[in-house]
Design a protein around this ligand. Structure first.
Ligand code: G1P
Length: 313
């Protein structure tokens, strides 16, 4: 049985949806409360047993390397102030047993191309891909759930969720047959179809555990008219030779590549953040009551005060 030790984080893309915030800083460094998106993604990978983090970066993304590197200056200042707790917090961003490796994608030629940039580093092993702007919550964390399915079936696994039909054109959409409640044997996959052309209502969330054979299929693809190589057609091509599974993960996806998803994540995470949850819950409740008098008396976070309006992780 093969283990999964490596994860690829494609972070070279230029973001236009969060301009001007992302003009000079990477979208992966946008914080949800006090942690950048890329750190949530890395924590999910580490919780799944990943020990080698491969970042496919580009120009203007060096701050991501700095984030996972040691900061002598910050640690020195915190120590001088006697704040050992914060020293430990900044040191814990990258545990010592985890290695970070960086490879550059010189041109923005698509997700498949970004993954191809990591081929040498993957060196023939199964590996994970994590798209950091999809922030996923779940217990166990979603990638750990997927690694479990991967090990059980010895097949590539795609995380999927059911989407509303008008959202088809922002997902890779699968077709296939349910094997059990959560596992689907994929028969085809298509990138961002129109709602009419979508083969099902199951779309890929930004998590993949793939066999290294994906690289043969990526290399064989003819680039699209704009020169891009996408991952989805390579997965479709894989289906000729081997089984690929889709897994309806247990948890919730926040599409932090959109302003709405980012706001939803911020609100839900604030309602669970030890430092701010009570004050934020009270403020939000008052705020909603002033604009929607029908909002009841119970708290919003689902704490002791009442059932809450937000679903659990
Ligand atoms: C990418 C993939 C798409 C997948 C999506 C998940 O698209 O190409 O198949 O469903 O991530 O977020 P992107 O959102 O990067 O355009």
């Amino acid at each position: 049985m093969l283990g999964v030790h490596k994860a690829v984080f494609p972070v070279a893309g230029i973001d236009t949806r969060f301009l001007p915030a992302t003009k000079a800083s990477p979208k992966e460094m946008l914080p949800v409360i006090d942690k950048p998106l890329i750190q949530y993604a890395v924590e999910e990978a580490i919780a799944a047993g990943i020990t080698e983090l491969i970042f496919v970066t580009g120009r203007g993304k060096r701050v991501i390397e700095d984030h996972f590197d040691k900061s002598y200056e910050v640690e020195h200042v915190l120590r001088a102030r006697g704040n050992q707790k914060l020293v430990e917090l900044v040191q814990s961003i990258k545990p010592p047993e985890v290695e970070c490796v960086y490879v550059r994608q010189a041109e923005p030629l698509g997700l498949g191309h970004a993954v191809l940039c990591a081929e040498k580093l993957i060196d023939g092993e199964p590996f994970a891909i994590i798209l950091a702007d999809d922030l996923l919550t779940g217990q166990p964390p979603v990638l750990a759930q997927m690694v479990h399915i991967f090990s059980h079936y010895d097949s590539s696994v795609l995380a999927v969720e059911e989407f509303a039909s008008h959202e088809a054109s922002s997902h890779g959409v699968i077709d296939g047959r349910h094997w059990d409640e959560r596992v689907i044997n994929v028969s085809s996959i298509v990138e961002k179809p129109t709602p009419e052309a979508a083969p099902s209502s199951f779309g890929v969330a930004g998590r993949y555990v793939l066999m290294p054979s994906i690289f043969e299929h990526l290399r064989a693809l003819v680039p699209a008219g704009n020169g891009e190589i996408q991952l989805t057609p390579a997965i479709h091509s894989m289906l000729k030779d081997e089984q690929v599974l889709a897994y309806e993960f247990v948890g919730k996806r926040y599409d932090c590549g959109t302003k709405l998803g980012y706001l939803q994540a911020t609100v839900d995470f604030a309602l669970r953040h030890a430092e701010v949850q009570d004050a934020f819950d009270a403020w939000l409740h008052d705020r909603l009551r002033s604009s929607h008098p029908s909002v009841g008396e119970s708290g919003l976070s689902g704490g002791q005060a009442g059932p809450g309006i937000f679903p659990p992780h």
